[in-house]
Design a protein around this ligand. Structure first.
Ligand code: ZN
Ligand code: ZN
Length: 138
């Protein structure tokens, strides 16, 4: 289950939704279950990585969900499908994302504390969370 957060720019009216949490297809599961599923829900690179890792390790577990990231330079927001692969307690792989504009490594952000961000359209610091629109999805 997850939340959708709406941000709206006071300056230009631009609106964007960000998802956070675990959805219907994007949840924790055994890698071999995922690979048997035949439904490719991850990015092809992640998919190939899971396949490769499962050749070497048996009890792999994958955790995936939407997380909200922020570019430390541009201060723009992104929601990304974060994937973590575990073998027992050891993390074998964790997704990393880069800003599409400046290529900086994105930082995981806590949306509950983030009230303001930079509008991706007009670049003003008037991108606010719209608290009147809060949605649940699963
Ligand atoms: Zn704007
Ligand atoms: Zn950036």
């Amino acid at each position: 289950m997850g939340h959708a957060y709406t941000y709206r720019c006071e300056h230009c009216g631009f609106q964007e939704n960000f998802n956070q949490g675990h959805g219907f297809l994007v949840h924790s599961q055994l890698v071999k279950d995922y690979l048997n599923n035949r439904k490719q829900i991850f990015h092809y690179k992640t998919h190939n990585l899971l396949r490769k890792l499962s050749d070497k390790h048996t009890d792999l577990f994958v955790k995936a969900g939407f997380q909200i990231y922020k570019c430390p330079k541009c201060k723009t927001l992104y929601d990304k499908r974060e994937v973590t692969v575990y073998c027992d307690e050891e993390v074998l792989h964790k997704s990393e994302f880069r800003c599409t504009e400046c290529r900086s490594r994105l930082k995981l952000t806590n949306i509950h504390r983030l009230k303001k961000a930079i509008c991706p359209k007009c670049r003003n610091r008037t991108f606010h969370r719209d608290l009147t629109q809060k949605e649940l999805w699963d």
